[in-house]
Design a protein around this ligand. Structure first.
Ligand code: TRP
Length: 320
């Protein structure tokens, strides 16, 4: 099967381990096999805040994260919403294909509203999953490597593709999600690991910052360490983080720690994470601002070329 891969991130802060195991690792693997687009979702930043904030800084950092984990701009088209008007225009016909009640049932949107600092919910918060359909369908993406929290959005995209094809004739493929090794890592406070919630281990954090974050992680007072996701979610989460970094089963690590308690668990996890991230952090320092700006300019040009073709097809199919 010939796939086109599309995925993306909001430039709101540094990428973290949850992104790595949820999606980035898959991207790096897929870039050698399929054409791939990676979106810097800059317009999606203003879904849960009033202002884009340090957007240029965040975009640079995001590109450095991409290069650090091994995305290769010679193989991958890296681009941004705000540079591709034809992608954004697809949102308009797509909005006509979903109902208000479908939009208001989206569990990920509900969770984001609950954690937003805004006083009121903007129209963009409700409709950005439709914008995300434009992200995926502008290049006729068929495979979308994402974390589990993105599955409701992917359902919206699939619905839009199907309905467009039913109403206007077949234009779009119906894309599939590709879940990472570990669909959803928890944050160190027990909530969703999130760059804006201060509970995540950033790929770009220093070894000391990493150690401090893990030291603060919530655990329980049981000395015997066991892997029990149901009853000891926080301990299990640390074990899972260590397990992913070491490539060893979490129960085996638990058995090794035995009666060492939370302190030994945290020591092991800290070492595992820092060892794992060391080469990634090193590679990050080998790239600079001017280089990432060039990569983005070239990606934007390529993405726009693709978007123009799809928007034309859409207009013709709809009879405009
Ligand atoms: N919503 C995604 C996130 O918060 C980012 C994103 C934007 C995305 N557009 C996308 C992911 C398209 C996959 C496909 O992580």
């Amino acid at each position: 099967m010939q796939h086109t891969v599309l995925t993306g991130d909001r430039p709101t802060g540094p990428l973290h381990l949850g992104h790595y195991f949820g999606s980035l690792a898959n991207r790096v693997r897929l870039q050698d096999r399929f054409p791939m687009y990676v979106l810097v979702a800059d317009y999606q930043v203003i879904t849960d805040r009033d202002l884009p904030g340090e957007i240029q800084r965040n975009i640079t950092e995001l590109l450095l994260d991409y290069l650090a984990v091994g995305l290769d701009p010679a193989k991958v088209t890296i681009f941004q919403h705000s540079a591709v008007p034809e992608l954004n225009q697809l949102m308009l016909p797509f909005l006509s294909l979903v109902t208000v009640s479908e939009l208001s049932r989206n569990p990920t949107v509900k969770d984001e509203i609950a954690h937003s600092s805004q006083k009121a919910v903007s129209g963009l918060m409700f409709t950005y999953p439709v914008h995300q359909a434009a992200d995926i369908l502008f290049c006729k993406g068929t495979l979308v490597p994402v974390g589990k929290d993105q599955l409701p959005h992917l359902e919206v995209t699939r619905t839009i593709a199907r309905r467009f094809n039913e109403r206007y004739g077949r234009v779009f493929p119906v894309p599939e999600a590709m879940l990472g090794e570990r669909p959803l890592l928890q944050g160190l406070d027990g909530g969703k690991m999130s760059k804006s919630r201060g509970n995540a281990i950033a790929l770009s954090a220093t070894e000391d910052e990493t150690a401090a974050l893990i030291r603060k992680a919530r655990t329980d007072s049981e000395r015997l360490i066991t892997y029990d996701e149901e009853n000891r979610p926080q301990v299990a989460n640390l074990l899972m983080i260590a397990s992913l970094c070491l490539g060893r089963p979490p129960a085996e690590l638990a058995a090794e720690i035995g009666y060492g308690g939370a302190a030994a668990l945290k020591r092991l996890t800290t070492d595992a994470v820092n060892d794992f991230l060391r080469p990634i952090r090193k590679r990050r320092n080998e790239h600079g601002e001017a280089e990432v700006r060039e990569i983005l300019a070239e990606g934007n040009r390529r993405a726009r070329e693709r978007a123009v073709v799809t928007l034309d097809e859409v207009r013709v199919a709809m009879g405009f």
